[in-house]
Design a protein around this ligand. Structure first.
Ligand code: NAP
Length: 318
């Protein structure tokens, strides 16, 4: 885990963050905490966000044009929604410094490889990445230095990835506080479909189902929201654009996992209909054991929380 370490020689002279929302701003905080970079700049779409990034001291300069941001940068990280990757990569490609490392934090890795890699010129090292850490908050004010502490960052290097660039990016993420694991983009997208993408879809769906109930008013849904429902509403508060892009870009894996989920749901439905208590109890006991495994692996605490503390611990969303 990284700690305040101002003695460390910066690993990179100029870091360009393309997009400065929750993840971009958290990288800025964590990179500063560990003294990893000389200068941090960014690009952001709206003037409000650019001003905020500068006022908060996340960057020395926030540009409207990503091309301006990548000039002279030896590390560039795309922190926009996945759907913007292709346009951004095509714009910055011809302006990247020779020897620069380019990465991203997108939640879908097949799409990142498909949309970014073709625009990378010779001599620029592209290695896709995904920090498995997040909250349901967005924007530059949402970031904090501890977001990545003790969390996983998955890198999905292509077969021709430069070993030295990969090792450097791995070290960068470790110094941001993360554990690092390498896998193929396809495997990443399958694993995240079940651990993150389908759960978000279920949360969006259940909150809307409750809202559409004719015999339960909106105010009753809010007033009597029990812990289970409240947790779903927290997840369902995640950024709509980011999640739209996740589902549009991880279609196959999400549909495969949704198919399996639906089959298992029907089995539970049958058990309820036919009063099959042992099946219900066995299924719930298996799920409880998985929760214990997550706590033992240090990926959450056993404290009852009901969603109240998750936003500051990076356990919310990914
Ligand atoms: P965010 O807080 O909404 O920030 C997104 C940033 O991208 C903003 O600076 C936004 O600028 C900019 N942006 C949006 N559309 C753009 C476009 N078309 N072109 C250029 N810039 C654009 O989002 P985030 O939560 O940091 O997520 C960023 C990335 O991290 C996504 O790819 C997501 O899949 C991934 N990720 C998210 C989480 C999570 O839990 N949130 C976790 C892990 C990875 P404006 O606000 O000015 O439009």
């Amino acid at each position: 885990m990284a700690s305040g370490d101002s003695e460390t020689k910066p690993m990179f002279k100029r870091l360009a963050l393309i997009g400065i929302g929750l993840i971009g701003s958290s990288i800025s905080h964590a990179a500063r905490r560990a003294g990893l970079v000389g200068e941090i700049v960014c690009s952001a779409l709206t003037p409000e966000e650019r001003e905020r990034a500068e006022v908060l001291g996340l960057v020395t300069k926030a540009y409207a044009d990503p091309v301006e941001a990548v000039r002279g940068a030896d590390l560039v990280i795309l922190c926009t929604p996945v759907g913007a990757f292709k346009t951004v990569a095509e714009a910055i490609g011809p302006h990247l410094e020779k020897g620069a490392i380019v990465s991203d934090v997108g939640s879908v890795k097949g799409a990142a490889m498909r949309d970014i890699a073709p625009s990378m010129p010779d001599g620029v090292h592209f290695i896709a990445g995904h920090p498995i850490a997040g909250t349901e908050q967005s924007g530059p004010d949402a970031g904090f230095a501890e977001l990545f502490d003790g969390r996983w960052c998955i890198l999905t290097p292509g077969p021709d990835a430069d070993p030295a660039a990969l090792a450097k990016l791995e070290t960068f993420w470790r110094k941001l506080g993360s554990n690092v694991e390498l896998m193929t983009p396809e495997h990443h997208d399958m694993v995240l479909a079940i651990t993150s993408h389908v759960p978000h879809l279920i949360a969006y769906n259940i909150v809307n189902t409750a809202a559409h109930l004719e015999r339960v008013t909106d105010s009753e849904v809010i007033k009597f929201s029990a812990a289970g429902f409240r947790d779903f509403t927290r997840i369902a508060a995640s950024d709509p654009v980011m999640w739209r892009d996740v589902f549009l870009n991880n279609k196959e894996a999400v549909l495969e996992m949704l198919g399996r989920f639906s089959e298992d749901l029907v089995a539970l439905q049958r058990a309820i209909r036919f009063g099959d208590g042992p099946t219900l109890e066995k299924t719930f006991a298996n799920a409880r054991a998985i929760r214990r495994g997550i706590i033992q692996a240090g990926q959450d605490t056993a404290q009852p929380d009901f969603g109240r503390n998750a936003a500051r611990t990076g356990k919310g969303s990914a």
